[in-house]
Design a protein around this ligand. Structure first.
Ligand SMILES: [Zn+2]
Length: 581
């Protein structure tokens, strides 16, 4: 491709609303343009990268016998009613109505469509197992789309679904997806970590997340030397029941004027945050509950939703609390609470005595409250956010923490969808059974951002060869019509013939502008034909700085071609500037 007639507009400055390094570089480099919040156009260079990611993912799916299909983006509401997710999915699902007043959703995911499509035709154990995938646009109406392609509303995703007669067969597929996903990470050339993850709105019983390690990542990941690794939504810890404190003091109501937050109460009463118990009001599908957790801990909502089996559970906003409880947020507590509120206790509250709790009265708290005496918790759960330093659930060592960008996620759906949607098959033993299903997602467009987050420097992007828009950039600095320029042109055609993807910067722009653009766009190998051409020398430079050399072409281009091949074959930018986990 000739840059003079290509379309790749570069910018010196990123737009003010570009938040992450990857958003800035992808816009400045002319890869994407934002149309609206979370909605992007892929310009030619960006589309080339996207297609490469897509192809790697497609090949790895094919290699494990997963077969490609294509499902619609617009999906009828009935299918979502059948699975119960029309209401459960929440406001991320973009709903719309057609001219006949029929409800539809823009697919945020495709379990409903695939199950409905297959349920009457895939009906014998003889047809199993089956695994299908698609690469298509999804739409999730994020409340705050941000981080460029990372948290977009419209995005490209690979999703796969597998159907099995029994768990053993499912597990085999799950393991092969696990291996294929690891292979995708390795082929792209990314440093990654696989963690146990929460199943969230997708449901099911077990799942793993494939994360690219990046300090800017949204996912907080906990891991241990023993091999345990989990997302912070899922992470567990090894719980030890503390001894009950001896001195049992009588409960007492005290004034705490305007002290609403844990910090304010702690300061006012001069106690540690760990001696205060937070009471949080949650509202779900058809329940209201109060969750108690120690003041120095944070509640993990994913764990709460999973424990209660209700994905709709949300914290009641402070301004609405008094409507439900007759007291303002900040003074809610478990003592003397009406019966219709279920009390759920985080393990951190177990066996601690003499604690401060809200007194269900404005500006009042109880001190020296005690569970079992002043209030009773019937249900205990591990609901806290596990942090760096908490003991590993497998071996007890202190957990470590890193950040990641989630690219892949694999789920054991069990019979959740097949049961709710009546997708059954004739089993070998006779009788109808629901399928055991797995689902497997990979964020294609998000992968681009993740690569850039991990691989860049102050001057621009450092594409690995696997997904680079082009492999080689030829930069002729000599005048059009000169011998040097003619050589560059000739080399361009030679390299194309050799099968390389080559871009030649034959623009009239100054060398400074063209060098800057070359670094910004980040093509792996730059071949510069400049002043040293008069001594029959050509400069080769790898974008990550691992090689910068000149090759003598006075006896022809054989050595040059050999060096180009060697350099590109060995190019592994992910190993440069390793970000320690
Ligand atoms: Zn461990």
């Amino acid at each position: 491709m000739r840059l003079s007639s290509y379309y790749s507009p570069t910018l010196r400055e990123a737009p003010a609303d570009a938040d992450l390094v990857s958003s800035k570089l992808l816009i400045r480099g002319g890869f994407v343009r934002k149309v609206a919040a979370g909605i992007f156009v892929y310009l030619p260079l960006g589309l080339r990268v996207l297609k490469k990611v897509e192809q790697i993912v497609r090949e790895e799916m094919n290699s494990i016998g997963c077969i490609e299909v294509l499902m619609p983006i617009m999906q009828p509401a009935e299918m979502w009613h059948a699975s119960g997710r029309w209401d459960d999915y929440g406001p991320d699902m973009m709903k719309l109505r057609d001219r006949h007043e029929r409800d539809f959703a823009l697919g945020p995911t495709h379990e409903e469509i695939i199950t409905t499509t297959l349920k009457n035709e895939l009906n014998s154990y003889r047809q199993l197992p089956l695994a299908l995938f698609q690469i298509t646009t999804k739409f999730r109406d994020e409340i705050r789309p941000r981080f460029g392609l990372m948290r977009a509303r419209e995005f490209l995703m690979k999703d796969a679904y597998s159907f099995h007669a029994d768990y053993k067969c499912f597990k085999k597929a799950y393991d092969s997806f696990y291996a294929a996903y690891s292979m995708i990470m390795q082929r792209i050339g990314l440093r990654y970590i696989v963690v146990e993850a929460d199943t969230g709105a997708i449901g099911g019983s077990e799942s793993h997340e494939f994360n690219v390690i990046a300090s800017s990542g949204e996912e907080k990941l906990l891991f241990c030397n023993c091999g345990y690794a989990a997302s912070d939504e899922k992470a567990e810890y090894s719980y030890v029941l503390p001894d009950t404190e001896d001195s049992e003091l009588p409960i007492e109501k005290v004034m705490t004027p305007n002290a609403r937050t844990i910090e304010q109460v702690a300061r006012f009463l001069n106690v540690d945050n760990s001696k205060i118990v937070k009471s949080l009001l949650y509202k779900g599908r058809d329940s209201q509950l109060i969750v108690l957790i120690r003041g120095d801990q944070e509640l993990n909502e994913a764990k709460l939703r999973a424990a209660m089996g209700d994905q709709t559970l949300t914290l009641v906003p402070p301004e609405e609390v008094s409507k439900h409880l007759g007291v303002e947020a900040g003074f809610v507590g478990p003592v003397g609470l009406p019966d219709e509120f279920q009390l759920i206790g985080d393990l951190s509250v177990k066996n601690i005595g003499n604690v401060v709790v809200g007194a269900m009265e404005r500006d009042m708290h109880y001190i020296n409250a005690r569970e079992g005496r002043d209030f009773t918790i019937k249900r205990w759960e591990d609901l806290k956010i596990v942090r760096r330093g908490d003991p590993c659930p497998k071996c007890g060592q202190a957990l470590q923490e890193t950040r990641g960008i989630e690219l892949g996620h694999i789920f054991n759906l069990g019979t959740k969808y097949s049961e709710s949607m009546g997708a059954l098959f004739n089993s070998e033993e006779g009788g109808m059974k629901p399928f055991i299903m797995g689902c497997y997602g990979w964020g294609i467009s998000r992968t681009i951002s993740a690569v850039v987050e991990q691989l860049h420097d102050k001057d621009g992007i450092i594409w690995p060869r696997s997904v680079a828009p082009f492999e080689i950039l030829i930069l002729p600095l000599l005048k059009h019509g000169s011998d040097g320029f003619a050589f560059a042109e000739e080399l361009y055609y030679t390299l194309l013939k050799e099968g390389y993807e080559v871009l030649i910067d034959d623009r009239d722009a100054s060398p400074g502008v063209r060098f800057k653009d070359a670094d910004l766009i980040g093509i792996p190998l730059r071949i510069t034909i400049g002043r040293s051409f008069s001594q029959k020398m050509v400069e080769l430079k790898l974008r990550d700085g691992s090689a910068d050399l000149t090759v003598d072409i006075s006896n022809g281009t054989e050595m040059l071609l050999e060096t180009i091949k060697e350099l590109l074959d060995a190019y592994k930018p992910a190993e440069i500037g390793r970000e320690e986990a």
